[in-house]
Design a protein around this ligand. Structure first.
Ligand SMILES: Nc1ncnc2c1ncn2[C@@H]1O[C@H](COP(=O)(O)O)[C@@H](O)[C@H]1OP(=O)(O)O
Ligand SMILES: [Mg+2]
Ligand SMILES: [Mg+2]
Ligand SMILES: [Mg+2]
Length: 396
C-alpha cells in the first residue's frame, strides 16, 4: 500500500558529491530568460475551455479514485491482471470526452487520446464494457450536473472513440492521457489525468488531476504530515499562470492558489524528480548529471505527470527523463504537464535544449530526453546533460 498518501519516494544509493564548480558558477551568472507568451492568448481567452477541462478531469479523477480503491482493497495490485486498470483508463477517457462535448457543444471537437475501443468491440469484452458503462453512469449520476438519461454501451464506446484525432499544426485539438502512470496506479501510488488544449500546434491550456498528490510539499527532507490533504488539481492557461486547488470541492483548499516553480539558483540545493520505473527513464544518466551539478539530495522517484505538478509548486527543482533507446514520447504524456510548469515560471526542453513541438501529430520527435527546471538552473543543467550524454556514448 502506498505511503504518504500514495507517494513513494525511492532514494538512490549513490551519494552525490560536489564535483563541478565551473558548472555551478556558470549557472549562478545566467540571467533569467524571457518567457515567450504565445500571441494566441491575446486572441482567445480559453475561459470556457478551461472550465470544461477542469470539470472533465475532476470527474475522471473521481472515477479513477473509486477504481484504485477497489483495486487495493481486493488486493490484486501486485498481480499482472490489467482489467481494473483498463476499466479506469477507458472510463476516464469516456467521461472526459463526454463532458468536453457537453460543455463545448457549439464548437468543433477534436480529441487526441491514448485509448480506443478496438479491444472493447471484440466478442469477449462484453463484461468489461458493461463495467465501464456502469462506472461512467454512476460517476455522472453522483455528480448530478448533467441531466442525461443513462448512457448505453454504444454511447460509451463512441465517447472513447472520439479520441481518434491525429492532432497536428492546424486548429484546436484536445490532448488526453486518461490515466498517466498506469504502473503507479496499480501500485496504489501516483498517477494523473492529463488534459491539454492545442491551438495551432501550441499548448494553450492544461489541467492535471493528481488524486494521490498531497497539497503540502513533498520536497525530499520536508515534513510529511500523515494527515496532509491529498488530491491536487493543477491548471494553467497561456499567459495566465498556474494554479492549484484541492480535487475535493468541499475542502477548505478548494480555492485556487497561484503556484511557482522553485527559485533555487544553486544546483547544490536542488532536488530532482525522475520516473519511479527504471524502464521509463535511465536512472544512471540522471545520477551522473546530478553528480556533475553537485546535487546533494537523492532523487525523488514518482510516477506520471504528477512530477510536473509537484515541480510547478516548487517541491523539487529539476525533472529528468531519458527513455530507453527506441521509445517515442507521445504528446499526451507531456502536453498538460509542460504548460503547468512553464506557466509557473519553469522551462521544459528536450536534451538538446529545444522546446517540445506538439504540432507534429501524436508523437514528440525529440532529442534524447526531456529536462525541466527553472530559468536560472536551465543553462547549467543543459551543460551537465550534454557532458553526461557525451561521456555515456564515448564509454559504449
Ligand atoms: N518504456 C517506456 N518508456 C518511457 N515511458 C513509458 C514506457 N512505457 C510506458 N511509458 C509511459 O510513461 C509514462 C509514465 O511515465 P513515468 O515513468 O514518468 O511515470 C506513462 O505515460 C506511460 O504510459 P501510460 O500512460 O500508459 O502509463
Ligand atoms: Mg501516459
Ligand atoms: Mg495512460
Ligand atoms: Mg497506457
Amino acid at each position: 500500500m502506498a505511503i504518504n498518501g500514495g507517494l513513494r519516494i525511492a532514494n538512490s544509493n549513490s551519494p552525490f558529491v560536489v564535483s563541478l564548480f565551473s558548472t555551478k558558477a556558470s549557472c549562478l551568472r545566467v540571467s533569467a530568460a524571457v518567457r515567450v507568451v504565445s500571441s494566441l492568448s491575446s486572441m482567445a481567452s480559453y475561459d470556457k475551455e478551461l472550465a470544461a477541462a477542469k470539470k472533465a478531469a475532476s470527474l475522471a479523477a473521481r472515477l479513477c479514485q473509486k477504481v484504485q480503491k477497489a483495486l487495493l482493497q481486493s488486493d490484486v495490485q501486485s498481480k499482472s491482471d490489467k482489467s481494473p486498470v483498463t476499466i479506469a483508463d477507458y472510463g476516464s477517457q469516456a467521461l472526459v470526452s463526454f463532458v468536453l462535448e457537453k460543455e463545448l457543444s457549439s464548437e468543433p471537437f477534436s480529441l487526441v487520446a491514448e485509448e480506443d475501443s478496438e479491444d472493447l468491440r471484440k466478442d469477449d469484452s462484453q463484461e468489461i464494457v458493461g463495467r465501464i458503462t456502469e462506472l461512467v453512469n454512476n460517476t455522472l449520476a453522483n455528480d448530478g450536473s448533467y441531466n442525461v438519461s443513462t448512457l448505453s454501451r454504444e454511447d460509451v464506446l463512441r465517447a472513447i472513440d472520439s479520441g481518434k484525432s491525429e492532432g497536428g499544426p492546424q486548429g484546436q485539438h484536445w490532448v488526453l492521457d486518461p490515466i498517466d502512470g498506469t504502473k503507479g496506479f496499480v501500485r496504489g501510488d501516483q498517477y494523473a489525468i492529463a488534459l491539454a488544449l492545442l491551438d495551432e500546434g501550441k499548448v494553450v491550456l492544461g489541467v492535471l488531476a493528481c488524486p494521490n498528490l498531497p497539497l503540502a510539499s513533498i520536497a525530499s527532507g520536508g515534513q510529511h504530515s500523515s494527515n496532509s490533504e491529498i488530491g491536487c488539481l493543477f491548471f494553467a492557461k497561456v499567459g495566465a499562470g498556474t494554479y492549484m486547488q484541492s480535487l475535493d470541492s468541499s475542502s477548505n483548499s478548494s480555492s485556487p492558489v497561484k503556484v511557482q516553480v522553485s527559485a533555487i539558483e544553486n544546483p547544490v540545493e536542488a532536488s530532482f524528480f525522475e520516473s519511479y520505473e527504471a524502464a521509463h527513464s535511465l536512472h544512471d544518466l540522471s545520477s551522473s548529471i546530478a553528480k556533475k551539478l553537485g546535487v546533494k539530495a537523492p532523487p525523488v522517484r514518482i510516477d506520471s505527470q504528477a512530477k510536473y505538478g509537484a515541480l510547478s509548486k516548487g517541491d523539487g527543482a529539476i525533472y529528468l527523463r531519458f527513455p530507453h533507446k527506441g521509445y517515442r514520447e507521445k504528446i499526451w504524456d507531456h502536453a498538460a504537464g509542460s504548460i503547468v510548469v512553464t506557466e509557473a515560471g519553469g522551462v521544459v526542453t528536450d536534451a538538446a535544449g529545444n522546446p517540445l513541438d506538439f504540432s507534429r501529430g501524436k508523437y514528440l520527435d525529440l532529442d534524447t530526453g526531456i529536462i525541466v527546471t527553472n530559468q536560472k538552473l536551465m543553462p547549467c543543467l543543459l551543460k551537465a546533460v550534454r557532458e553526461s550524454i557525451e561521456e555515456k556514448s564515448s564509454s559504449l
